[in-house]
Design a protein around this ligand. Structure first.
Ligand code: SF4
Length: 234
């Protein structure tokens, strides 16, 4: 597979940016602490499902101290519609204890300290550093892993290899938002089962050999506004 050149990577992100200049996470949160909680709850769950559960929770709980006051049983009442909620509740409460005892109730802007929190791995730490603190980290989730490999933008056999490959190929000025653009592209256009290649704005740059040809029934929900008829069959 021919590697992406710097010019192609620039063009790739310029097109995604045109579709959605200010991409944002689809998880609801009100401050860095609630973002940590939301991301931890989102493992193997949909953002929509997490948002539904946290709507009432984040009205009540915005700090680790408030989370400890709510307690594990109280938290479970809010999140029991989310998969693996018992383990997640335990992790969120333990993480709140660590944040209060070691970090004065604040979310640390530090990868190692974030990764010490139960339920927070490299991916979650990257999301928090990127979304809450504006650092140019790229958290590789299932969508980004697929898009990076399929397109040939940043191939890698595991998420860490893809993360490092993205760090090299994503132009510096797109880095702080690359995470969102790639997730949205994977979630709504370059979907797992049948990618919407005919309406994809990066079709001519993409190296995927099995691009879908026929116009799909399902219209891309975009990078929200993604590709309409004008951009079709690029
Ligand atoms: S052309 Fe198809 S496979 Fe390539 S990025 Fe677009 S949707 Fe994905």
């Amino acid at each position: 597979m021919k590697k992406f050149s710097a010019a192609e990577a620039e063009e790739f992100f310029a097109r995604l940016k045109k579709l959605d200049p200010e991409p944002k996470t689809e998880l609801n949160y009100v401050n860095p602490y609630t973002l940590v909680v939301a991301v931890a709850l989102s493992a193997q769950a949909t953002d929509k499902g997490v948002n539904k559960a946290t709507e009432a929770l984040f009205k009540k709980v915005k700090t680790p101290e408030a989370m400890l006051a709510l307690g594990e049983a109280g938290l479970i009442e809010h999140i029991k519609t989310i998969g693996l909620y018992r383990g997640k509740a335990k992790n969120v409460i333990t993480a709140a204890t660590i944040l209060v005892e070691k970090h004065g109730g604040q979310v640390p802007k530090d990868r190692a300290a974030l990764e010490e929190l139960p339920g927070v791995g490299r991916k979650t730490a990257n999301v928090v550093l990127n979304v809450a603190f504006g650092e140019p980290t790229i958290a590789v989730d299932t969508h980004i892993f697929r898009v990076s490999n399929r397109t040939g933008l940043a191939p890698g056999k595991d998420v860490l290899a893809v993360e490092f490959a993205l760090e090299k190929i994503v132009p510096a000025h797109y880095k702080s938002r690359a995470h969102h653009w790639l997730i949205l592209h994977g979630r709504y256009t370059c979907i797992a089962r049948k990618p919407l290649c005919p309406t994809c704005v990066v079709r001519d740059l993409c190296r995927f050999k099995e691009k879908t040809r026929e116009f799909p029934d399902e219209k891309p929900k975009t990078l929200k506004k993604s590709s309409g008829a004008k951009t079709a069959r690029r």
